[in-house]
Design a protein around this ligand. Structure first.
Ligand SMILES: Nc1nc2c(c(=O)[nH]1)N[C@H]1C(S)=C(S)[C@@H](COP(=O)(O)O)O[C@H]1N2
Ligand SMILES: [Mo]
Length: 320
């Protein structure tokens, strides 16, 4: 059996011959080029993954993508049918049917502001900026549920390097498409449109921060933010803005949609933190979709060893 639940994987089994060969088989199916961070300890204890691309039918199935800690990905069906994407619907199961047929070509992302080389990239340029990598990340929603999602994407840093940020640039602002003819819930004023988000420039440049164009090795479904969405795995899910059309570098902390809507509930940083409650509920535990019961929420969603240094000297309780 190739797939084991994480609690079944003992240290001694990780280097087991069979597992070694089986794992290499599916690693080959994944596009892992240059993804030292994505590969995690199980892979690191094995061999350097092959960079060969597998035929489409060999692409790994549900469950064969694991986080660095050995947690299995959620099923594709869960990831593609339990969504927050208010431009289409405020009901999680209502997003996928209403996003069906959303047209993502042509598509362009304009990158401007405090950069030496502002540029509008079309989707084909964007997908050629860097090799696409599988990144199996936990996604922790501020609503206290979580999933494991095998994204396909590339570091946002690779795009930002192309436009050459100026020395004064300290923040990055992101904008979702505003087009009520294509995003039907934008005729409702449930949120101020377009949806906007922001990161500090060093957060945006962090190697864990990616632009995702796919999941499970395939093109991103519209309900997950096609054609290109941000993924910042150590922050609450609402920071990971979908269907981006514009990125602006600035020297001021940008406003954010949820921050404008309820400033005392959704801070700019919104790093996952079990010790700081949302004003209306605890963040100490979470429900992993597809599991019974609750799990403990981990500071920085478990990515603290890689990101805690970004917040040295900051009062994490204050910057919710
Ligand atoms: N433009 C836009 N981006 C968005 C949202 C949204 O409503 N609109 N919802 C956010 C929230 S709250 C979460 S939890 C994640 C959900 O991503 P998923 O549906 O791909 O799991 O998307 C985030 N990005
Ligand atoms: Mo969320």
């Amino acid at each position: 059996m190739l797939i084991k639940k994480p609690e079944d994987i003992k240290g001694s089994e990780i280097t087991d011959e069979n597992l070694y060969h089986n794992r290499r088989k599916f690693i080959r199916g994944a596009v892992l080029a240059g993804s030292a961070l994505a590969t995690g300890f199980i892979y690191r204890k094995l061999a350097v993954p092959s960079r060969e691309k597998a035929p489409a039918d060999a692409v790994a199935r549900a469950g064969s993508y694991l986080t660095a800690e050995g947690e299995p990905s959620n099923d594709f069906e869960d990831i593609a049918n339990y969504n927050n994407f208010y431009e289409f619907s405020t009901s999680k199961s209502g997003v996928a049917p209403r996003a069906k047929g959303f047209v993502t070509r042509p598509w362009a992302i304009e990158v401007d502001g405090l950069v030496h080389k502002p540029k509008t990239f079309d989707l084909d340029d964007l997908l050629k900026i860097a090799p696409l990598e599988d990144r199996v990340y936990r996604l922790r929603c501020v609503e206290a549920w979580s999933m494991v999602i095998p994204w396909l994407g590339f570091p946002l840093a690779k795009l930002l390097e192309q436009v050459q940020p100026m020395g004064e640039a300290t923040f990055v602002k992101f904008f979702t498409l505003f087009d009520p003819a294509r995003m039907p819930n934008q005729i409702e004023d449930v949120l101020p449109w377009p949806y906007v988000e922001g990161l500090r420039l060093d957060e945006a440049m962090h190697p864990l921060t990616i632009l995702a164009s796919g999941l499970y090795g395939k093109t991103l479904p519209p309900q997950n933010g096609a054609p290109l969405r941000l993924v910042v795995p150590w922050k609450y899910g609402f920071k990971s803005i979908k269907s981006i059309v514009k990125i602006t570098l600035t020297n001021r902390q940008p406003n954010t949609t949820w921050g404008d809507y309820a400033p005392n509930e959704y801070g700019f940083y919104s790093n996952v933190n079990p010790n700081v409650s949302h004003p209306r509920w605890s963040q100490a535990t979470e429900r992993r979709i597809g599991e019974f019961g609750q799990r403990d929420t981990i500071l920085f969603n478990g990515y603290g060893d890689q990101v805690a240094h970004l917040y040295k000297g900051m009062d994490l309780g204050k910057y919710y």
